[in-house]
Structures are given as structure tokens and as C-alpha cells.
Ligand binder design. Structure first.
Ligand code: ADP
Length: 474
């Protein structure tokens, strides 16, 4: 029971929130991986493109130098073919920087011998990340490289013009060779810088990707574990609840068996005695004796009536829902007293009331059962050998609960019976009751989550104290 309560007290996070977390984490993970792979693939394409750029520039330089010294037009043609490669990349770069037509950029990249299938990623990365530090640095190096390519192109034009007009001198050849070599050296530095910057960026992206993957995977694993632990705990709770319900059911079954057995016996006994009395009356001629028999018959019927009414209370108390409503204790006491006045000696008893609390919020039906049974016992077990028979009724507030007290100076309860009086069918005098009264009272008190205690002394009297909790405690 304690484990069940402890488990119940544990507040579960909503499982739907966990499912949502897992769903969002998975979606984010897929997106992050998709875009990172796209970026990495584009970066690889850029590095690839750079190697074509570099090769094109170097071959162009080589063919130009050969042309410079051999004046072979074939070399000039080859030069023009190779210089186109870095120039194509340059056109693409300028177009993308100006946010121009992507088709022109594509054509430029194709001239730069980039693979057609890489172009979408290459352009997408340029468009979206050109301002990201590593890419903007790489583009800057690329731009400086393009300036050098342009210079190489101008030198080529000058050499070609001089060769065509037969104006090229040996001094010119030396000068141009020097210029081409120096441009080529500078371009090698720029190309290396470009590749290194991209490589650095790629490594950073890879590290970031690993961290995000680990974080999101951990979030997903934790959420799934929490989800399963919640489900297992819920299962445990429902298993415990089922066990408790089964136990209660078995208890109720045993109680019902006992109830049916005793009820059938107790219902029959007044009928049997009634039959006997009728037979005796039929044989009797003495009117006074007949009157005595009739009185006994009346008592048997009253007992039967009381027993049936106890059974009805018992059944209603078991089934009826708790209804919290404003209840007047004063009204309940007065109503009960007037209903119980038919009990023998009731009119000889002095009732005193000291009600410090009247209107309370509780279950009126249960309170009526409790008050009626306690008052009826106080009347039934009054001690008519005493000079004055008194029943005192009290109500008061004790801390944050209300209490009622019903005391009498009746016959009191023997110490040996005190532990049994709340049991089903326990009664010391079967002529006075069914033995169900205090059992029903105890059940009714438990239904409103209250408490009942008794102080009694044989031949002195008894005091029953009922604690009625606040409705929000029920
Ligand atoms: P019953 O129908 O026999 O009165 P209850 O369950 O109401 O059954 O009470 C059980 C027993 O407790 C009674 O038989 C009686 O012995 C004892 N009892 C209850 N209330 C009082 C009381 N106010 N004074 C003395 N005895 C009492």
C-alpha cells in the first residue's frame, strides 16, 4: 500500500511532451545532417574545382612560356584553352557575388571544369554562406587569384601582339618570363590559401556535426528511456491497483457470504418467534395473557423492522456516492431524536445539546446514519436503574476538523467487548439490535474519511466521538 502511494505521488512528465521532444530532435537531426552533408559535399567540390583552376593556370603559364620562346601558334591555342579554366571560375565568382544570373555562374563553373552534378550545391553554398568567415576568406583569396589570372591574360595578349608584329626582343622574352613566373608563384600561394581555408572550415563543420549528433542522440535516448520508465511505472501502478482491487473484492465476497448467512438467520428468527406466539395466542382464553403475547409479537415485528432498515442503510452506505453539501447538525440531531422516541424508555431520558458548530460541509446521508445509530444505541443501552437517564450531544471545532460527541450515563460497555463492538453482527443483546449498527457507523465514518473513538465504563456510561474532516480532505 505504501509503495503504491509513493508511486502515485510521483509526478510524471506528460508522455506526449516526450514524444514531441523525440520527434523534434529526430527532425532537427535529419535537417542538420542533410544540410551539413550538402555543405561538406559543396566544399569538396570547391577543393576539386581549385585543383582544376590551379592545373589550368599552370598549364596556361607553361604554354605561354613555350609560345614566348618558340612562337608556335599551337602553343598559343593551348594557352588560350587552359587560361579559360580559371577565367570561367572567375566569371562564376563575380556573377554570384553580384547575385546575378545563376545560369551564367553555372556556365562559368562548367568552363572551370567543375562537375555538373556538383553545381547546385556549389552555388547554394556560395549564395547562403558567402559571408560565413571561412568561406568569405576563401572567396577573398579566390578574388586575388583572379586578379593575377587577369594580369597573366594581359601579358599573354602583349606577347601575342608583339609576336604577331614581330616586335618581340630577347629582353622582352626575359622580362615576360620573369613576370609570368612571379604571377605563377603568387597564384600558387593564393591557391594553397584557398584550399587550406576551406579545409579548416570543413574540419570545424565536422566537429560541430559530431557534437550536434551526440547531443541530439543523447536527447533522444534520454527521452525514450524516460518514456519507457514512465510506462513501466504506470504498469506497476495499475498492477498494484488491480491487486488491491482484487483483495478488496475477495474481502467483499467473504463479507457478503457472512452477511447473507447471518441475515437469513436473523430475518427468520423473529418470524419463527411470531409463529410460536400466534400458536400460543390461538390456544389462550385469558385476555391479559393474549395482551402479553401481542406485546411480544409487536416487539418481534419492531426488531424485524429495525433489522430491515439496518440492511437498507448498510446497502445504501456501500453504494451511494459521497455528496458534499451544507448540513445542519442541529437539524440532524433533532430529526433523529424525534424518530427514535418510539424506543422503550426514550421519553424518560433527558437530552442535552451543546452545539458550538451547526452548519458544516459534509455528506448528509452518512452523517444521518452515524447520528441515528449512535443516538439509538444511547437510548437502547440507557440504564433505567439510574435516577436520571441523560444523553448529552455536543459539536465543536477541533483545530481544522469538526467533532461530534454523543455521551450517555447508560449501562456502559464491558472491557472485553470494547474491541469487538464495531464488528459485523456483534451485539451483546440480540433482543435489542441486529449487531449491524456500529459496523455501519464505522463504514460511514470511513466513507467520509473521518474517525470514530469510544470511551466507556461499565455501569457508568459511554462517550462516542466522531471526527468529521473538511470536505477538501475527502
Ligand atoms: P446492536 O444492534 O446490537 O445495538 P451495535 O453494532 O449498534 O449493535 O452495537 C454493538 C454493541 O455495542 C451493542 O450490542 C452493545 O453491547 C454495545 N453498545 C453500543 N452502543 C452502546 C452504548 N451507548 N452503551 C452501551 N453499550 C453500547
Amino acid at each position: 500500500m505504501r509503495i503504491l502511494q509513493a508511486l502515485k505521488k510521483f509526478r510524471f512528465p506528460n508522455v506526449y511532451v516526450l514524444i514531441l521532444i523525440v520527434f523534434i530532435s529526430c527532425a532537427l537531426l535529419i535537417c542538420i545532417n542533410f544540410f551539413t552533408i550538402k555543405i561538406l559535399s559543396a566544399t569538396r567540390a570547391y577543393v576539386n574545382g581549385e585543383s582544376h583552376y590551379s592545373k589550368g593556370q599552370k598549364d596556361a603559364s607553361r604554354h605561354l612560356i613555350t609560345y614566348l620562346y618558340t612562337k608556335d601558334p599551337k602553343q598559343w591555342k593551348l594557352y588560350l584553352e587552359e587560361i579559360e579554366v580559371p577565367q570561367g571560375d572567375g566569371i562564376a565568382r563575380i556573377t554570384l557575388l553580384k547575385a546575378g544570373d545563376n545560369q551564367i555562374a553555372r556556365r562559368g563553373f562548367l568552363i572551370g571544369r567543375n562537375h555538373e552534378e556538383d553545381l547546385d550545391d556549389v552555388i547554394w553554398v556560395f549564395d547562403n554562406f558567402k559571408n560565413v568567415s571561412f568561406l568569405s576568406k576563401a572567396i577573398d583569396e579566390w578574388g586575388q587569384g583572379d586578379d593575377l589570372i587577369f594580369k597573366l591574360f594581359i601579358i599573354g595578349q602583349q606577347i601575342n601582339a608583339k609576336i604577331k608584329h614581330n616586335l618581340l626582343t630577347t629582353a622582352d622574352q626575359h622580362k615576360y618570363l620573369k613576370e609570368i613566373s612571379s604571377i605563377s608563384d603568387l597564384l600558387t600561394v593564393k591557391e594553397r590559401n584557398f584550399s587550406n581555408t576551406l579545409g579548416e572550415g570543413t574540419r570545424k563543420i565536422k566537429d560541430l556535426l559530431i557534437i550536434t549528433n551526440v547531443v541530439f542522440t543523447l536527447i533522444i535516448i534520454c527521452s525514450v528511456c524516460l518514456y519507457y520508465s514512465i510506462m513501466v511505472k504506470r504498469l506497476l501502478i495499475s498492477k498494484k491497483e488491480t491487486e488491491v482491487k482484487n483483495e478488496n473484492l475477495a474481502l467483499a465476497n467473504r463479507e457478503l457470504d457472512r452477511f447473507v448467512y447471518s441475515a437469513s438467520h436473523d430475518l427468520r428468527s423473529p418470524i419463527t418467534s411470531l409463529q410460536g406466539l400466534i400458536e400460543l395466542t390461538a390456544l389462550e382464553d385469558d385476555v391479559n395473557q393474549i395482551r402479553d403475547y401481542l406485546k411480544l409479537m409487536h416487539q418481534s415485528l419492531a426488531r424485524q423492522d429495525q433489522f430491515i432498515s439496518d440492511i437498507i442503510d448498510y446497502s445504501k452506505n456501500k453504494r451511494k456516492q459521497i455528496v458534499i453539501e451544507p448540513v445542519s447538525l442541529k437539524e440532524l440531531f433533532n430529526e433523529a431524536i424525534s424518530q427514535l422516541m418510539h424506543i422503550e424508555n426514550a421519553n424518560k431520558i433527558k437530552f442535552t445539546q451543546e452545539l458550538l458548530v451547526d452548519e458544516i460541509e459534509s455528506d448528509g446521508f452518512r452523517l444521518r446514519i452515524i447520528i441515528c445509530n449512535l443516538l439509538s444505541n444511547a437510548i437502547k443501552y440507557a440504564d433505567n436503574s439510574k435516577q436520571e437517564m441523560i444523553i448529552s450531544i455536543k459539536s465543536y471545532k477541533n483545530e481544522d476538523v469538526n467533532q461530534i460527541e454523543i455521551s450517555d450515563n447508560g449501562i456502559g460497555i464491558n472491557d472485553e467487548y470494547k474491541d469487538s463492538i464495531f464488528e459485523m453482527y456483534f451485539g451483546t443483546n440480540k433482543n435489542k439490535g441486529s449487531g449491524l449498527g456500529l459496523y455501519i457507523v464505522k463504514e460511514a465514518v470511513e466513507n467520509i474519511k473521518g474517525n470514530i473513538s469510544v470511551i466507556s465504563e461499565n455501569k457508568i456510561g459511554s462517550r462516542f466521538i466522531v471526527t468529521i474532516p473538511n470536505p477538501n480532505g475527502i
